[in-house]
Ligand binder design. Structure first.
Ligand code: NAD
Length: 247
């Protein structure tokens, strides 16, 4: 599963699942750029840890929903590390609320980061990948994108949208040697899930046949596989990593 000689970008790689993915790809031999929306300091900490493994790294601040910022992000990575051969669209936010109370600004914010962000990054990443006739794109979706969730219409729509984006781009890019897959995590404790009330956490846990929450490393392992040559014949898939919650 060696990624030696490859350059990866993990959006939202400053913490949580993105941080685990960035470290995993570096362990497999890739040079890894991590971008965060705000905290450059945390992205820099991840980059420093990557550098201790002997790989090159770059910490960047960019809002993935901003077209100009995304163009600048890829330009800087290309200048300093080389063209991105592995794109992990991981950046994501939630702004939960029941549909009848869901504010338009919360709908737009979530769709903009989670879906528009992946669209923008994919579009910029794909051109050099097409030229190189190789590339890997992994979109971090969610089990919520497969089965919906009360109180998360915006988030579920964005994550289901990512699966549509994955399958369409997988079909479009296949002839150029680029694979596109989605990973759908179940319930993974991170700063994103910190705010879930205890009783809701208990109820979630009761739905998981393996009887426990997942770890960011368990998501990163699936991403590391999909990013590697071992997964060359897998494209257009939504790989569920959820302890059996959705089956
Ligand atoms: P997190 O909140 O800990 O991390 C989110 C990351 O995204 C941060 O690094 C943040 O800086 C970055 N980010 C947010 N907005 C951004 C923007 N506009 N531009 C660039 N970066 C931005 O969340 P996490 O739990 O690690 O989630 C990572 C991904 O996994 C998300 O897409 C999330 O929807 C998905 N996911 C998480 C879970 C879970 O249970 N934690 C389950 C399913 C899917």
């Amino acid at each position: 599963m060696s990624l030696e000689g490859k350059v990866a970008l993990v959006t939202g790689g400053s913490r949580g699942i993105g941080e685990a993915i960035a470290l995993r790809l570096a362990e497999q031999g890739a040079d890894v750029a991590v971008c965060a929306s705000r905290s450059l300091e945390r992205a820099q900490e991840v980059a420093t840890r990557i550098e201790t493994t002997g790989r090159k790294s770059l910490a960047l601040q960019a809002d993935v929903a901003d077209e100009e910022a995304v163009t600048g992000l890829f330009k800087q990575i290309e200048d300093e590390l080389g063209p991105v051969g592995i794109l992990i669209n991981n950046a994501g936010i939630n702004r939960d609320g029941l549909m009848m109370r869901l504010k338009l600004e919360d709908w737009d914010a979530v769709l903009n980061v989670n879906l528009r962000g992946a669209y923008l990054c994919t579009k910029v990443a794909a051109r050099p990948m097409m030229k190189a006739r190789s590339g890997r794109i992994v979109n971090i979706s969610s089990v919520v994108g497969l089965r919906g969730n009360a109180g998360q219409a915006n988030y579920a729509a964005s994550k289901a949208g990512l699966i549509g984006l994955t399958k369409s781009t997988a079909r479009e890019f296949a002839s150029r040697g680029i694979t596109v897959n989605a990973v759908c995590p179940g319930y993974i404790p991170t700063e994103m899930t910190e705010g879930i009330p205890e009783d809701a956490k208990e109820a979630l846990l009761a739905q998981i046949p393996l009887g426990r929450m997942g770890s960011p490393d368990e998501i990163a392992a699936a991403v590391g596989f999909l990013a590697s040559d071992d997964a060359a014949y897998i494209t257009g898939q939504a790989v569920v990593v959820d302890g059996g919650m959705v089956m």
